[in-house]
Design a protein around this ligand. Structure first.
Ligand code: ASC
Length: 150
């Protein structure tokens, strides 16, 4: 029985994606989690931005490392937008919860553009990075404009 239970649990767990597995005791923990994910993503996105805008020397290896982190991080914040986490230390607009389909589309667009950014960074070509960075930045901004308070 114990073995069967373990196997069943393992089977269930293996069907869950990593972000969906994030669990929170309180809404504040979810807010903290998603902000932390965005903070890490922004730090690495910023390093790519410096190269894309010729403010830092282009280093293909560094770009690829940063873009890979950005892509991984882009998948994480969404699990933190749980019901009831629209209050407290957050700039999240209520529309995230009242227009969930639009928010999902915005998050999907960002993840897709960031996956392309990662692919572009892997080419080792600065022009590819510049183009993909610009497209990604647009998807960040689109979501902020619609769903983040000033
Ligand atoms: C960044 C960052 C964002 C996005 C956004 C792009 O570097 O921290 O939130 O780019 O400003 O429009």
């Amino acid at each position: 029985m114990k073995l069967l239970a373990s196997i069943t649990l393992a089977a269930v767990v293996s069907t869950l994606s990593v972000p969906a597995m994030a669990q929170f005791q309180k809404p504040e923990d979810a807010v903290k989690y998603r902000k932390a994910a965005f903070t890490v993503m922004a730090a690495h996105f910023g390093r790519l931005g410096a190269m894309a805008s010729d403010k830092a020397p282009f280093d293909a290896k560094v770009a690829a490392e940063n873009a890979a982190i950005v892509e991984t991080m882009s998948k994480l914040p969404w699990a933190g937008f749980v019901a009831g986490s629209d209050k407290g230390e957050t700039r999240a607009k209520p529309e995230i919860w009242t227009d969930g389909a639009k928010f999902k589309k915005a998050s999907d667009d960002m993840m897709a553009s960031v996956a392309q950014l990662n692919a572009a960074a892997k080419t080792g070509n600065l022009d590819n990075l510049k183009k993909a960075f610009g497209e990604s930045a647009k998807t960040c901004k689109a979501c902020h404009d619609a769903f983040r308070k000033e």
